[in-house]
Every structure is written in structure tokens, then in C-alpha cells.
Design a protein around this ligand. Structure first.
Ligand SMILES: [Mg+2]
Length: 189
């Protein structure tokens, strides 16, 4: 009898595995663009100049710590209940820091694979491709635009980690932290 007992879960890095309280600053801007100006964001801005890259790095790196749920993720992986894959669309100049961060918290080894956006492709399209190639059972993502895109274009179950400002947006599978998303995944098996 063939029975797959490990659940294959893809997770985003920024906002899902790593929590940065300063990222909330960008949310109101996105909200105004989308709901008040009617701009549907389908394109993500890619920093070009060195000044922009430095600002972007500070925004991503300041006060980033493991999110609520990372300990549970480690536990489920060690118990062989979950096979975890890290998929990040963060741009190439932030990638060295990603590995430094994972090593600092001894997290690199818990992921069966780590996929980075080496060519700075558009995040939603990049993630769509990786998810389809790997056929994850679940993918956990915090960016609402990306969540909506992926739930339309892939057959993977997309779980959304919302933030304080977009928490009322209707979406069936939404969770405040990775912790609750993992509990949902394991309970369903
Ligand atoms: Mg994210």
C-alpha cells in the first residue's frame, strides 16, 4: 500500500518564516494604491541603483527575527510529518543575507530545498513556476497579491499569513502566523 505520510509544504521567507515589524510600513501604501486609486498591482518594483538597494536591504534586514511557528516547523520536520521547502523571491542582492540568517538560527538544515530568485524575476510569476514544478501540497505566503495570483494559477492549496492592516480581506484560508497555518495543515491529514 502506497501512502505518502509526509506533507510537502512550501514556505515563503519574508513575512512567513522571518518576521519584520517594519514591513507593515509598506502596507498602507499598497492599500491606498489598490483600494483608493484603483491600481491593481501586478508588477513588483525591482530596486536598481545602489542607494535603492541599500534602502531595500535596511527595510528587509532591520529587526528580522524568526516568526511565530518556526519552532513548530522544525518540530514537524524532525518528526518527519512535514517536508519543508523554502521559496523566496527576494532579489539577488539580499540572498547572501538570507543564508547568513538561516545559519544564525540553525534553520538551513530543516529545509529539503531552498529556492532563490536568482534572476530577479517578478515574484508572483517566479513562485507560480516553482510551485508548479515541485507540486507542493501547500504553500504559505504573506503577500496578498501573490496569494491571489497563486490560488488562481496553481492547484496547490495556498495559505495566507495576513497582517494587521489587511486582516479583514476575505480569504478562506488565512492565518495570523505560520504557527496556525501549520496546525491547520497537520490537523487536516
Ligand atoms: Mg513574503
Amino acid at each position: 500500500m502506497k501512502k505518502k505520510n509526509r506533507i510537502v509544504v512550501g514556505v515563503d521567507f519574508d513575512g512567513v518564516v522571518a518576521y519584520n515589524p517594519f514591513r507593515i510600513i509598506r502596507a498602507p501604501i499598497a492599500y491606498v494604491k489598490k483600494n483608493m486609486l484603483g491600481i491593481k498591482k501586478t508588477k513588483f518594483y525591482i530596486p536598481q541603483s545602489s542607494v535603492e538597494k541599500i534602502l531595500w536591504t535596511i527595510l528587509h534586514e532591520s529587526s528580522v527575527f524568526p516568526a511565530n511557528g518556526v519552532d513548530l516547523l522544525r518540530e514537524f520536520v524532525e518528526q518527519d510529518r512535514i517536508e519543508a521547502h523554502l521559496v523566496t523571491a527576494r532579489f539577488h542582492f539580499l540572498q547572501d543575507r538570507l543564508y547568513q540568517w538561516l545559519r544564525r538560527y540553525d534553520l538551513e538544515r530543516i529545509f529539503s530545498s531552498i529556492t532563490v530568485n536568482e534572476r530577479d524575476h517578478q515574484p508572483h510569476l517566479y513562485k507560480e513556476r516553482v510551485i508548479k514544478e515541485n507540486r507542493f501540497d501547500y504553500f504559505v505566503e504573506d503577500n496578498l497579491d501573490i496569494v491571489e495570483h497563486l490560488s488562481r494559477t496553481t492547484s496547490t492549496e495556498i495559505l495566507w499569513i495576513y497582517n494587521l492592516l489587511d486582516r479583514f480581506h476575505p480569504y478562506e484560508k488565512k492565518f495570523p502566523y505560520l504557527q496556525q497555518a501549520l496546525e491547520y495543515i497537520v490537523k487536516k491529514q
